[in-house]
Design a protein around this ligand. Structure first.
Ligand SMILES: [Zn+2]
Length: 457
C-alpha cells in the first residue's frame, strides 16, 4: 500500500470521525463517477445545483452531472465565465447565493478549485445549505476548511463558514490540471513550514499555545508530503495524492482549531497583501499558492537570519524603552498601507496585538531566557530558504519575488506592511519587538531579489 493510501486510513479517517462539518472524503483514481452515490449518501435532497467556472466545468463538470443524474438527482448547473477568472469576493458569490436562495431544495455541488470552492462554500453557508466539493486541482488547502478567505469591501478576511459535507478528488482529474495549479498547492503546503515556526514562537513567548490536535495533523507528515516536488511537476499520481492529503489534513486542522493558525503565518500575511492589491503578473492575477510560495521563502530567509542572532544577549530595557508606542505604530502602518480601507481594518488588528511596555518587557525577558532551546527547536523544524526555493522550483512553483512580478522595493513595502494586517503573532512581530526588523530586512533582501531588473514588473 502506498504511503498516501495508508494516510487515508491513519490520518484522514480519524479526522473525519472528529469533524463536525465533513462526513466523507473520497480520494483516488477514477472516483469522479462516484459523485452521485456520494451525494446521495450525505443528503436527502434530490435536486442538485452544480456550480463551476467554465474551466472547472470542462475538467470535471460533465461526469459529475452524469453521476448525479444516474444517482437520481435532477441536476441544474450554473457556470461562471473563467475569462476573466472569478474574483475571491463575496460579491462574486452572488449568482450562486441567489440561485440557492431561490430554491431551498437544491443541493449545492462545487466543481472547481480555490476560488470556486470558496464562492460555493460561502453561498451554501449564507443559504443554510451543506455542499459537496469536487476538487479539480491540488491547488490550495481550503477544500476542507471552515473559513472562506474572501474579500469583503476590498479587505481580505477569512469569513467563518462551514466546510463541505463531502469532498471528492479524482487523481486523474488532479493530474490533468494545469501543472502550475498543483505547484500552487505545493507552495501553499510549503508555507506550513514557516507558519509552524511562527506558532512555535507564539507558544514559546506565551502568546498562543500549540494545540495537540491541529499541530500534529499538519506537521507530523509535512516533510513527507513535500519531499517529492518533481513528482508534482510531472503529475505523478502518488505525489499528487500525498499533496492532496496534506492539503486536506490542513483544512481539518483549521476546523478543529477554529482559526487558520495551523495553516497560516507571516508567509500568508505577505501573500494576502498581494492578493488584496489584486497583484497581476503577465496579465494574470497572481494565485494564492504562488504568492504564498514567495512569502514562504521570504519568511524562511528572515528565520535563517534570526537563528544566527544571539537573542539571549538582547538588551531588554533599552529595546522596550526605544520601541514606538501604539500611535507611532499607527503612523508607520499608514506609511506602508496606502489603501485607506485596508489601513483602517489593519489598525484594529494592530491595536489587538500591540504589546504595551510591561507586556513587551515580560515577553522579551522570556525570549532571552528561552532563546538557546527555542533556537534549536526552530532550527530542527525549519528549512533553509535556499533549499525551499529549490524544492518549490522542482514542483513548478515560484520562489522569488521577480517570478511573480514583484520588484525589490515592492517586496520591501509588502514585508513592512504584512505584520500589520493580522493580529496573529509571527516572526514579523518578533523582529519588531526585538528592534531587529530593519537589520533583518536589509540582510535578506539581496537573496530574495537575485534579479532586480524592473522589467520583471
Ligand atoms: Zn493558503
Amino acid at each position: 500500500m502506498a504511503d498516501w493510501q495508508a494516510q487515508l486510513s491513519d490520518l484522514i479517517e480519524p479526522a473525519l470521525a472528529r469533524s463536525k462539518a465533513t462526513d466523507a472524503v473520497r480520494i483516488g483514481a477514477g472516483t469522479l463517477g462516484q459523485a452521485g452515490a456520494l451525494a446521495a449518501q450525505v443528503t436527502s435532497q434530490r435536486k442538485a445545483l452544480v456550480m463551476a467556472d467554465s474551466a472547472g466545468f470542462a475538467a470535471a463538470g460533465r461526469p459529475v452531472v452524469d453521476a448525479l443524474s444516474a444517482a437520481g438527482f435532477a441536476v441544474q448547473s450554473l457556470v461562471l465565465n473563467a475569462e476573466p477568472l472569478p474574483k475571491a469576493s463575496t460579491q462574486e458569490a452572488e449568482p450562486f447565493r441567489a440561485a440557492l436562495a431561490a430554491d431551498p431544495d437544491l443541493f449545492p455541488v462545487s466543481v472547481g478549485s480555490g476560488v470556486i470552492n470558496d464562492l460555493v462554500k460561502y453561498a451554501a453557508f449564507v443559504t443554510d445549505r451543506r455542499y459537496l466539493s469536487v476538487a479539480t486541482a491540488a491547488s490550495m488547502d481550503g477544500y476542507t476548511s471552515a473559513g472562506a478567505p474572501l474579500a469583503r469591501d476590498g479587505f481580505k478576511i477569512t469569513i467563518p463558514t462551514r466546510a463541505p459535507i463531502a469532498l471528492l478528488a479524482d487523481l486523474d482529474v488532479l493530474a490533468d490540471a494545469p501543472a502550475e495549479m498543483n505547484g500552487w498547492g505545493y507552495g501553499d503546503l510549503a508555507g506550513k513550514i514557516p507558519a509552524g515556526g511562527d506558532w512555535m514562537l507564539a507558544d514559546a513567548l506565551g502568546v498562543e499555545p500549540l494545540d495537540d490536535v491541529a499541530w500534529p495533523l499538519v506537521q507530523d507528515h509535512l516533510r513527507g508530503w513535500l519531499d517529492a516536488p518533481s513528482g508534482i511537476a510531472s503529475a505523478d499520481r502518488g505525489s499528487i495524492a500525498g499533496l492532496f492529503i496534506g492539503l486536506t489534513a490542513v483544512g481539518f486542522a483549521m476546523e478543529f482549531h477554529g482559526t487558520s493558525r495551523p495553516a497560516s503565518g507571516a508567509d500568508h500575511q505577505i501573500a494576502h497583501m498581494w492578493e488584496m492589491e489584486g497583484h497581476s503578473h503577465s496579465g494574470r492575477k497572481v494565485s494564492h499558492g504562488a504568492a504564498v510560495a514567495v512569502g514562504c521563502v521570504a519568511t524562511l530567509a528572515l528565520y535563517e537570519w534570526l537563528l544566527k542572532q544571539d537573542l539571549s544577549r538582547l538588551d531588554v530595557a533599552a529595546t522596550v524603552s526605544g520601541a514606538p508606542d501604539l500611535e507611532a505604530r499607527k503612523r508607520q502602518l499608514r506609511m506602508v498601507i496606502s489603501d485607506p480601507q485596508v489601513a483602517g481594518k489593519a489598525e484594529a488588528e494592530l491595536a489587538a496585538k500591540h504589546a504595551a511596555p510591561p507586556v513587551h518587557q515580560q515577553r522579551l525577558e522570556r525570549l532571552t531566557e528561552t532563546w538557546p532551546g527555542l533556537r534549536d527547536r526552530l532550527a530542527r523544524h525549519l528549512v533553509p530558504a535556499g533549499e525551499m526555493a529549490q524544492m518549490l522550483a522542482a514542483a513548478g512553483a515560484p520562489s522569488h519575488a521577480h517570478e511573480i512580478g514583484v520588484a525589490p522595493d515592492h517586496l520591501m513595502r509588502t514585508m513592512n506592511a504584512a505584520g500589520f494586517i493580522r493580529s496573529r503573532y509571527t516572526v514579523l512581530d518578533l523582529l519588531h519587538e526585538t528592534g531587529l526588523t530593519r537589520a533583518a530586512f536589509a540582510a535578506v533582501l539581496p537573496g530574495l531579489c537575485p534579479i532586480t531588473t524592473r522589467a520583471a514588473e
